[in-house]
Design a protein around this ligand. Structure first.
Ligand code: ATP
Ligand code: FE
Length: 363
C-alpha cells in the first residue's frame, strides 16, 4: 500500500511517499526559517501563506522523487491536528481534494501519534519497540510521557504544567543569541554548548533544580526564567565562555528533568505491574545528542539487569516531516478505516482521546 502524505501543522511544509513495506520513497521538507527569524518565532499568518505557496511544490517533488505519478498512489494522508488551524487547513485541503479527484481514500492523522510511532517504521526488526511501550514526546508544543498500548490507544501519564521543553530551548537559544541556521535556534544551541572553552574562563553556575521532585508532571517556564534572570543579573558583558557555561547549565537541567521523570514513571509502572520493556523518545527535541546520551545513561542506571530498550527515530525524522504521518496512517488504511472527505480539523486534540480505529497489525 502506497501513501502520499502531507504535513503542515507548524512552519514546515512537508510531503512524502511511504509504503506499507516500510519503504520511504521520498521525504520533502520545505522550511520557512528565513521568514520567521525576524519575528523570533512562528508568525501564524506568514506560516499559512508559506504553506499555500509551497504545498504544490512539496507534493510535486514528493511524487517525482518517489518516481511515481498520482495514479500510482493508493491513499492520501494528512495531519488533522493538533497544530495551528490555518496551517493544518492548507495540508488538509490539499490532501482531501487530491484524494477525491483520484477517487482514493483519505486518512487524517494525529501529529503526536505520528511522532510516537516513527520508530516502528525506522527501527530494524530486532530492535523494534513492542506495545505497550512508554513514549517520551518532546517537541515544540508538547512534553509528555505517554503509555502507547496500540497504534491508536495512548494514555497520558505526565504532561507539562506550563510550557514545553522545545519552547524553553527556543527561548533560551534566543536569549543567548543563537542563529537560526538550517535546523533552527535550538539545534544551534546544542552545537554551541559543545564549543571548546577553557574551564578557567567559564564561571561556575549552580545547577538549576528539577521542579516538583516526586511528581511526574513537567515544568519548563521556571528554567527559562532562571536563565533570563542570570543574564539580567550579569551586569558585566557576557563573554562567550559565560554564554557556553549558561547554555550547558540550561541543557543539563532541561535533560536532567526528563531523566528524573522518566525513571520515576518507569518505577510507577513497575509498582503497578505494567510490564513495559521499551522506551521511545521522539519529537523535535529528541534529535538532541546530549539528550540521547543522558537518557541512555539514566535507563542503564535504572535497569542494569532488566533490559529496557531505548529507541529514537533517526535525527532527521525527529522534527516535523510527512513520512511519520504517512506511517501512522498506514494502520488505518490497511484496516480500511478511512475518513470522510468532509472530515474536519482538530487544532486542539489530545493524544489521550484518539478513537479506537481498528488497527491493522503491522508488526
Ligand atoms: P509539536 O510536535 O508539539 O506539535 P512542533 O511540531 O512545532 O510541535 P517539532 O517539529 O516536533 O515541534 O519540534 C520542534 C522543536 O524541537 C522546537 O521547539 C525546537 O526547540 C526543538 N529542537 C529541534 N532541534 C533541537 C535540538 N537539536 N535540541 C533541542 N531541541 C531541538
Ligand atoms: Fe511536531
Amino acid at each position: 500500500f502506497t501513501v502520499l502524505t502531507v504535513e503542515s501543522s507548524a512552519d514546515d511544509t512537508c510531503a512524502a511517499v511511504v509504503t506499507s513495506s516500510r519503504e520511504i520513497l521520498s521525504n520533502v521538507v520545505i522550511k520557512q526559517h528565513d521568514l520567521h527569524e525576524g519575528f523570533g518565532g512562528i508568525h501564524p499568518m506568514i506560516a499559512i501563506e508559506g504553506h499555500q505557496r509551497n504545498m504544490p511544490t512539496a507534493v510535486q517533488r514528493a511524487l517525482k522523487e518517489a518516481k511515481l505519478s498520482a495514479q500510482d498512489i493508493d491513499g492520501v494522508a494528512f495531519t488533522r491536528g493538533p497544530g495551528i488551524g490555518g496551517c493544518l487547513s492548507v495540508g488538509a485541503n490539499a490532501a482531501k481534494t487530491l484524494a477525491s479527484a483520484l477517487g482514493k481514500p483519505v486518512v487524517g492523522v494525529h501529529h503526536m501519534q505520528a511522532h510516537a510511532l516513527t520508530p516502528l517504521l525506522t527501527s530494524p526488526t530486532a530492535q523494534r519497540p513492542e506495545f505497550p511501550f512508554l513514549t517520551l514526546l518532546v517537541s515544540g508544543g508538547h512534553t509528555l510521557l505517554v503509555l502507547a498500548k496500540s497504534p491508536s490507544s495512548f494514555q497520558i501519564l505526565a504532561n507539562t504544567v506550563d510550557e514545553s521543553i522545545g519552547r524553553a530551548y527556543d527561548k533560551v537559544a534566543r536569549m543567548l543569541k543563537m542563529p537560526w541556521g538550517n535546523r533552527g535556534p535550538a539545534a544551534s544551541l546544542e552545537e554551541f554548548c559543545r564549543k571548546d572553552i577553557k574551564e578557567s574562563d567559564a564561571p561556575y553556575i549552580e545547577p538549576f533544580a528539577v521542579p516538583m521532585p516526586g511528581k511526574l508532571a513537567f515544568s519548563y517556564s521556571g528554567l527559562h526564567s532562571a536563565v533570563d534572570r542570570y543574564i539580567a543579573a550579569s551586569e558585566l558583558y557576557l563573554t562567550e565562555a559565560h554564554r557556553v557555561a549558561l547554555g550547558r547549565a540550561f541543557q543539563d537541567a532541561a535533560v536532567r528533568q526528563l531523566c528524573a521523570k522518566l525513571v520515576q514513571c518507569l518505577s510507577m509502572l513497575e509498582r503497578k505491574d505494567i510490564d513495559v520493556r521499551h522506551v521511545v523518545a521522539s519529537g523535535g527535541v529528541a534529535s538532541n545528542s546530549f539528550l540521547r546520551s543522558r537518557l541512555k545513561e539514566a535507563l542503564e542506571k535504572h535497569s542494569p539487569e532488566r533490559e529496557i530498550s531505548l529507541t529514537f527515530p533517526p535525527i532527521e525524522l525527529c522534527t516535523d516531516n510527512a513520512v511519520m504521518v504517512g506511517w501512522a496512517s498506514m494502520y488505518r488504511f490497511l484496516a480500511e478505516n478511512y475518513d470522510d472527505y468532509t472530515v474536519e480539523l482538530r487544532p486542539k486534540w489530545s493524544i489521550g482521546t484518539l478513537p479506537n480505529t481498528g488497527n491493522f497489525d503491522l508488526s
